[in-house]
Design a protein around this ligand. Sequence first.
Ligand code: URA
Length: 241
Amino acid sequence: MAERLDAFLSRAGFGSRRDAKALIKAGRVMVNGINVKDPGVSVSSGVSVDSKPVEPAPDGLWVILNKPIGIACSHDPTEAPLLDELLPPVFRRLGAEPAGRLDRDTSGLLVITSDGALIQRLTHPKRHVTKRYQVVFEGTLAEDAVDRFKNGILLDGEDEITRPARIEVESGVGQSQHATIWLREGRYHQVRRMLAAVGGKVVALHRDRVGAFDLPSDLRPGEFRDLSEKEIELLLSDEAT
Ligand code: URA
């Protein structure tokens, strides 16, 4: 993508546009080996600063992260540690954001992208992309828990029941039991609150599937990698709950 030299340098990590202009004016920038003093010159490659080649920033980011527990999906420094600390600075520079949030204490599949349209398609309440969660919980669930998930639950402080959801409980042994939950919306603390409404308390929560895309088993907590176009289609494909 051709762009102004100052914008190219700024996106490549040389500070603000003003910082980049200062570098250019100081005569430290070359384009194809020629010293350039015009910040408005159009470039897409061949730029060097202090004779060191500059890697162009990517046009956009489409990434999946296996979010570890203990990290907040927020930019508020009082909630640190934040996703921003886990990801390279280019994510901030390109305006990449998570498509929906996972709680600090939830791990698993998080899509992070600079593509606002993709965020919209993954999170818009009308699209109902299915998300699957693995849950460890304590407590005794109501006998009609499965039906209540299916028929919708009126959560505290809300005036609309939840969309049809699905829960499958493994016959639990001892205090901690395991369930798989499928949701087609993303309300605040939704799994925790729905489970609490039927008598359970979440001990651990992990998202392992969005649409028809499974969190790759080789992506360890804290690791991220690029998504292919095919994988983005899988993320967006609807699954019946
Ligand atoms: N439901 C929750 O309660 N927390 C999450 O992070 C995701 C879904």
